[in-house]
Structures are given as C-alpha cells and as structure tokens.
Design a protein around this ligand. Structure first.
Ligand SMILES: [Cu+2]
Length: 664
C-alpha cells in the first residue's frame, strides 16, 4: 500500500513538472464548454440572445425559436430546451425585448408575442417587410438594437455567379423604426452577417467576395458606400442617402483606399482581416463589456469566423477622426461555423454555430458552445497603435527587456488588396519594412517599433510580428502577430536615435525583399506541375478525361478515381461552390503534410495559389474562383499505388481530399 502511494506521488510530481514545461495553449486561458443538444433538435443557430433571467434564446435556420434553460449547466449540469416558435423562414437574427421578440425572416421582420404566457408564441406579426427574388443567397439579418434605441437590419446580396441586388434594398443596411418603417442608411454591403455598435458607432463585418479582396470591418455612417457595387442599383430611389451611381465606381484593381481618395462617398474599412492569415469568412462581433470577467481585453472586440471556426480579436483606435486598428488571433477549435456570439450574465461568451451549405473547419453541422476565461493571464500583444514613426505594441504583462528591445525579435510587412469586380484578391504590393530600432517602456508593457516614416503606406495592412519577444516570466507570446490597418498616421513626436535601441542590422535593400514577397520565382518552379495546355505530342488526345467538381461543405464531388500507370490524363476541376478551391495531387501518404504546408505559406500564400514548393506535390491546378474551371494535363505516375488529391486552400485540406488510384 505504502509503495503505491509513493509511486503516485512521484508520478504526480512528474506531471506537474511536465505541465510547467509544456508550451501554453489557448485552452489554458479560454476554455470551450460544449452544450449537449438533444438529437431531435436541429440547432442551426441563426440568432441568439441572453434573457435577463439567464435563459438563452436562439432562432435556428430551420425556422424555430428555442428557449434554453440552465445554459450554464449548473447543478445537475443539463440544459433544458423549450420550443417557443416554429415555421419561420431562416431567421438569422433575434432581438429579445421582454414583451416581445423581433426577428428577421427572409422577407420581413416578425414580432413574436406570447400573449397567454404559456411559453409559446401565439402572435406572429409581420412588423416590417421587403420584397424577395427567391435567390438562395438573400439572407436577412437583425434586428440589432443600438445604444440610442434605434434598430438596424441588413440584407444580403443575391448570388448569381456574382453579387446582385435582384430586389429592393439588397446590399443595404436599413434603420428599422418602432412603427415598422425601413429607412435606407448605407450600401455597398455584400454579406453583412455581423453588425452593431462599437462605442456607440455603427460597424459591420464583410466577407471576401466580388469587390471585396478580403474580410473586413467598416465603420458605417449615413450615406456611406462600403464597396460592393450591386446595391447602388437603388441609390436613385426616393429615400436613398447614397449619392453614388454604379458607373461612378472604377474597376481598375487599385486598392480600395486609393480609389476612395478619388471618389467621395466610398468608405474604406477600419480593419482588414487578411484572408486565410486571420480567417476566411467574418461573422458576428461583440464589444467586450464584461468589465474584466472575460480577461484583459475590456473595450476590445471579438469577431467570429464562420469558415475557420474561430474567434479573432480587434482593437481599434481613432486617428485624425478615422477608425482603424489591429486584428489578432484569439481562440480556434470551435465545433462548427461561428455565426453568433452573445455575452452570458457571468461574462462568459455563448457561441452559436452552423455550417450547412457554408463550410467550416469545425466538423459538426451545428452547435452551441460557451467560452470561459480561466482567470490565467495570457501573454499577448494587447494592442497596436499608430505612431508617427511606426507602431507601439502593448502587452498584457511585462516583457523581458532583453528580448523585447532587440529589433530581431520583430518583423513588419505591409501589403494590400485589389479593389475590383473579381472575387477576392491576391495580396499585392507586399514589402518588408526596415526596423530602425526598439524602445521598451519602463514598466515593460509597451514597445515602440521605430521605422522610417517614409516606409509607412496609408491604406495598407501592416503585419506586425513579435516572435522573439518573451515575457518577464519567460513565456512566449500566445499569438505573436497582428494586422494593423493604417488609414491615418498618428501625429506626435518621433523618437530620436538616443531614445531607442538601434538595430544592429544594416539597412535592407528593399528591391530584393519585394521580389521575394511576390513569390513569382516559386510559381515558376511549380509550372511543370501545372500544364494547362494539352502537350503537342499527345496527338490522340488524353487517354482519360476526369471531371471533378466541388460541392458545399468542403468536398469534391468525386472522392476516388482510378487511372492506368503512365497514362495521359486530363483533369477538369469545375468549381461549382461559392468558395475558392484548388486541386493538388500528392505522393502517397503526404496529403496532410502538403495541406499543412499550404496553410503555413503566410503572405506568399495567395500568389502561390497555396501550393507549397515540395517534392510531395506531383501536379496541381491554381486556385479556381467560384463558377470557374481549370484543366490540367499530366502523365500518371509509373508506380502503382494510392495517391491523394486535396484542396490546399487554407482550412480545407482536412476535409477536402480524394484518392487517386494508380493501377497497372
Ligand atoms: Cu478548397
């Protein structure tokens, strides 16, 4: 008996030592708690609200409203589910007002009332209406209350191979009056699933698509145009506060910021979320109003990402009257696609999820999870601020001054996107900025990165990395990068050389760095693996033609193909989905490694079509836009075996794979 006790104590001691040495993960600071949902309920969350009595209300894409008791799973641990309403058309927003509930259906805002207090709505009142085209993509969101009591709704564009506004006010944000009146407020919206207030001002989040190079967050004022041209169809209608016409918008591929300088009325975003580097489909956002119950990020924003099943963090500031700021990774690993986030009464966060037809890295079709701060202080870059000569990074806890004052511990790159009618954009004009030196504050909570002011570019996204910085306690940063959108450069005094620790590196030759960042060399070395014209020697054509399509949910429509060793193959990749995909054929057993390498290409990813330079890659297509296709020609491997094909677009590879069987 004694022996057993001693052994257990020893092993406990070992475990404790191991835990200390183990690198910290997001889970050490923010824990995800999954709510069990009865098998009979398709809880595809569209809208979500926390009731004053602690219950959680949800509206689902299947048209139901649920009241969830004990969502915190206290006591016996089980939540209860009670259906409040049903038969609704995909309600993607829910506003609980005590006496009634307002929610959006496809074609209206509906007021639900439980007049006899039996827990089930008995009045379904059509509160405000708008016309519908019937297109599947006409999602309607809201209403969202503003602090001043006003309500907002947004109307998604149709999708017809491009964004379109086939019925009135699609692509707009509208104010909803207490009398059910709708007043157009701003347009240029494409897929505005997330909107609401931040410090009393109106913001909305946008998804990559046509006219939208990457996900972003825009401050909307009355009459603003945020970028997608389709909604301008209605700008001549009575009541429109927007003066721009579709023909006023140039389609040159110049950055949005530069176009906005020439065309008044265009509003560039406050924050860009670089595609795949942060997320791929921005959704809801919430300001941290928990007074510290959710950790050290009070007053900042949390922004959901549908496709990457993650939450990002945003810290904004106003410079010269213009909103701008940085986004950071925050917490990944949710079970489905994130569409809604609401604060629980205890300062934890309920995360409402669904992925049907929209794709997400989280494998479940839907779910509700709660995110709870463990009380441990994560070592993070808390914010990035613009400075006249660079940026100031603040940290959540004091840094180790030796690592934090070294220029080598940091890296700054800047880049932007094209503004054009095409879906998405590659990263353009990428450039590394030379760091002149670093100045760490006395308390160790701030570090100024001193740059040549002439190297700062307005309208550009500045990637600020602090990989080498350690905390006073020897921790590495939990996330060591952020992306700051620089619309305006802050005023104030630049640091003089005596005020910072100068970099020991010689000044960089910018031209070489620009070439490296463009990734053109790498693309060339890959070209033998991507033959898009039939080789002239194939006089009888290919031996076999294979059609592979894509379907929603990150899938190829064919997951197994068989070819003869050494035969001439043509593969047509038809992208029928509304996301970007490619097709990469790999050596046996290497698909996951290739997918992972594609994810880690960073800033070079888009220009390399997410195809890593690797011997494991045999053949590939480039990234194919929605509704487009690409054909490649190759000679099948001579060695029989099970090869694989996958999509290396970040976030897709774990799900989007197939087998290429090579036989004799
Ligand atoms: Cu894909």
């Amino acid at each position: 008996m004694k022996n057993i006790v001693i052994t257990s104590l020893l092993s406990l001691g070992c475990l404790a030592a191991q835990a200390q040495n183990k690198a910290k993960t997001e889970d050490d600071y923010y824990r995800i708690i999954t709510m069990p949902i009865p098998k009979t309920i398709q809880m595809e969350v569209g809208g979500m609200a926390v009731l004053p009595d602690g219950r959680l209300a949800t509206s689902t894409r299947r048209g139901e409203v649920w009241m969830i008791g004990n969502p915190y799973m206290k006591g016996d641990g089980q939540p209860t589910f009670h259906r409040f309403a049903s038969g609704l058309h995909e309600p993607l927003g829910l506003f609980y007002r005590g006496k009634d509930i307002l929610l959006s259906q496809r074609g209206e805002v509906t007021r639900l009332v439980d007049t006899d207090n039996d827990g089930v709505a008995d009045v379904y009142d059509s509160f405000a209406r708008w016309p519908l085209s019937g297109n599947y993509h006409q999602y309607s969101y809201g209403p969202i209350p503003m602090p001043n009591g006003e309500m907002l709704v947004t109307l998604n564009l149709d999708w017809v191979g491009r964004g379109a506004s086939q019925s009135k006010w699609r692509g707009w944000m509208l104010k909803l009056g207490e009398d059910g009146s709708l007043t157009p407020y701003a347009t240029g919206l494409r897929s505005p699933a997330g909107f609401g207030s931040y410090k009393g001002d109106i913001f909305y989040t946008e998804n990559q698509g046509d006219w939208v190079g990457s996900g972003r967050m825009t401050h909307l004022e009355k009459g603003d145009f945020a970028g997608n041209v389709a909604g301008l169809r209605w700008s001549s209608e009575p009541g429109s506060p927007v003066k721009l016409k579709p023909e006023d918008i140039p389609d040159t591929g110049e950055p949005l910021y530069d176009v906005a300088k020439k065309v008044p009325g265009i509003k560039p975003p406050a924050v860009w979320f670089p595609h795949t580097l942060m997320g791929i489909s921005t959704s809801d956002f919430k300001e941290d109003t928990t007074a510290g119950a959710f950790g050290p990020f009070q007053g900042q924003l949390f922004v959901g990402d549908q496709g990457h099943s993650k939450i990002m963090r945003v810290d904004m500031e106003k410079v010269n009257g213009v909103y701008q700021g940085a986004c950071f990774p925050f917490r990944e690993g949710f079970e489905s696609g994130i569409i809604r986030m609401v604060w629980g009464l205890d300062g934890s966060m309920f995360v409402g999820q669904t992925s049907r037809g929209w794709s997400a890295t989280g494998k479940e079709d839907f779910g509700i999870q709660r995110l709870v701060w463990t009380g441990q202080m994560p070592f993070e870059m808390k914010s990035i601020h613009s400075m006249p000569d660079g940026f100031e990074v603040t940290f959540t806890s004091p840094v180790d001054k030796a690592t934090a004052s070294k220029s080598d511990s940091y890296k700054v790159n800047s880049f932007t996107y094209k503004y054009h009618h095409i879906y998405g954009s590659p990263i353009i004009n990428a450039n590394e900025l030379a760091i002149k030196g670093i100045s760490v504050s006395e308390d160790g909570l701030r570090a100024r990165i001193v740059l040549d002011p002439a190297s700062l570019r307005k309208g550009y996204i500045h990637e600020v990395k602090a990989e080498g910085v350690q905390s006073k306690d020897g921790l590495s940063l939990l996330h060591n990068f952020g992306y700051y959108t620089l619309n305006e450069i802050a005023g104030g005094a630049a640091l003089t050389a005596s005020q910072y620790t100068a970099s020991t590196k010689p000044a960089m030759d910018h031209s070489t760095h620009t070439a490296a960042a463009s990734g053109t060399k790498t693309a060339e070395t890959n070209s033998a693996k991507r033959v898009t014209e039939m080789p002239a020697s194939w006089t009888n054509g290919p031996d076999q033609v294979i059609n592979i399509g894509t379907v929603p949910g990150l899938k190829f429509d064919v997951t197994e193909i068989q070819v003869k060793a050494g035969s001439r193959i043509r593969i047509n990749l038809n992208n029928n989905d509304d996301m970007l995909h490619n097709l990469v054929i790999t050596k046996p057993g290497t698909a996951n490694a290739v997918g992972e390498a594609g994810l880690n290409l960073g800033l070079k990813g888009t220009e390399m079509n997410y195809v890593p330079k690797s011997d494991a890659v045999l053949f590939h297509t480039n990234i194919v836009e929605p509704e487009k296709s690409e054909s490649i020609y190759f000679v099948a491997p001579k060695t029989p075996g099970t090869y694989q094909y996958l999509c290396t677009f970040p976030g897709h590879y774990t799900l989007m794979q197939g087998k290429l069987k090579v036989v004799k």
